[in-house]
Design a protein around this ligand. Structure first.
Ligand code: PBG
Ligand code: ZN
Length: 338
């Protein structure tokens, strides 16, 4: 006799009954391989050479260019809320700050080196990563040193970029992150770190799979780093170039990268997964870039969705794809939301 009389037949396939696995908020969270935590987040900061400046960046909602004097008042409350790491970008505004060699990039009195020293002494818990590139400092706005014909001189660029990375490491950066995409720069930087006796404590995070495209617009606005001629398609990857990205990831692993980064994030989730597969034993980072952030803000403003909901949904997608570290302009909000 049946004690649990039911009109539903149970003779069919029961494997299709999925709801029980996620009908409770806790069990929903169990379905994710990785939960977003504050430790995963790196917050990008734009630092100018005018110490007292604090100027909003119009195309990048809630983001500012700040001088070194503004950093501690801004960051101390965020550190109290759980901020673990920042990524520094220099934004030289003095008209004389740019030249063909990007000399200002490792100027000891320049904004990045000043900021590294200040943050290391005043906020010792904060992990300091530094973007390493020349485009903010070159008169032509490209990410390296150019030949007469306007193409990148790879050997000279690697030599210069590895000097800049070393200068940041010497100043106290925990992590150097080359975003220039010159061939062989990971090896060049690693060798200089080894030679200087810093390789055991300075991490090298390579922007290995960095794609060209239209999603860096607000950043170039913020950093004043738009190329004065041409574009970056000869050194940043073509958006369809999955094979190239895989080769770049493998190359950078072999050259000594400690972390592999993919950038942008949401249009390149397959590449993040490729990175996780190829670099199984390395942390994988993804950069939700300025254009992605600005798009989410614009759509939220237009009523397409709720900002917070989309900030979570996009970031969780990036984690699901395989990233364990996310560089994001949403970090201050996440510190409140998490
Ligand atoms: C510098 C650099 C860029 C970004 C990170 N490092 C700009 C670029 O390559 O054009 C983009 C970050 C963003 O858009 O948020 N090479
Ligand atoms: Zn650059």
């Amino acid at each position: 006799t049946s004690t649990t009389a039911t009109s539903v037949s149970i003779s069919g396939d029961i494997s299709s009954q999925l709801h029980a696995g996620y009908s409770h908020p806790l069990t929903r969270s169990w379905q994710a391989e990785r939960q977003l935590t504050k430790e995963m987040l790196i917050y990008p900061l734009f630092i100018t050479d005018n110490p007292d400046e604090e100027t909003p960046i119009p195309s990048l909602p809630n983001q500012y260019r700040r001088g070194v004097n503004r950093l501690i008042p801004f960051l101390a409350p965020l550190v109290r809320k759980g901020l673990r790491s920042v990524m520094l970008f220099g934004v030289p505004l003095h008209p004389s700050a740019k030249d063909a060699l990007g000399t200002a990039a490792d100027d000891p009195s320049g904004p990045v080196i000043q900021a590294i020293r200040l943050l290391r002494s005043r906020l010792p818990q904060l992990y300091i990563t530094t973007d390493v590139c020349l485009c903010e400092y070159t008169s032509h706005g490209h990410c390296g040193i150019l030949r007469e014909d306007g193409t990148l001189d790879n050997a000279q660029s690697v030599d210069r970029i590895s000097d800049v990375a070393l200068a940041y490491a010497v100043a106290g950066a925990h992590c150097v992150a080359p975003s220039d995409m010159n061939d062989g720069r990971v090896r060049g930087i690693k060798l200089k770190l080894i030679e200087a006796g810093l390789a055991h404590r300075v991490l090298l995070m390579s922007y290995s799979a960095k794609f060209s495209g239209c999603l860096y617009g607000p950043f170039r606005d913020a950093a004043g780093s738009c190329p004065s001629f041409g574009d970056r398609r000869c050194y940043q990857l073509p958006p369809g170039g999955r094979g190239l990205a895989r080769r770049a990831i493998q190359r950078d692993m072999n050259e000594g990268a400690d972390i592999i980064m993919v950038k942008p994030a949401s249009s390149y989730l397959d590449i993040i997964r490729d990175a996780k597969d190829l670099a199984q034993d390395l942390p994988v980072a993804a950069y939700q870039v300025s254009g992605e952030f600005a798009m989410i803000h614009a759509a939220a403003k237009a009523g397409v969705f709720d900002l917070k909901a989309m900030a979570f949904e996009s970031t969780e997608g990036i984690l699901r794809a395989g990233a364990g570290i996310v560089v994001s302009y949403f970090v201050p909000e996440f510190l409140d939301w998490l």
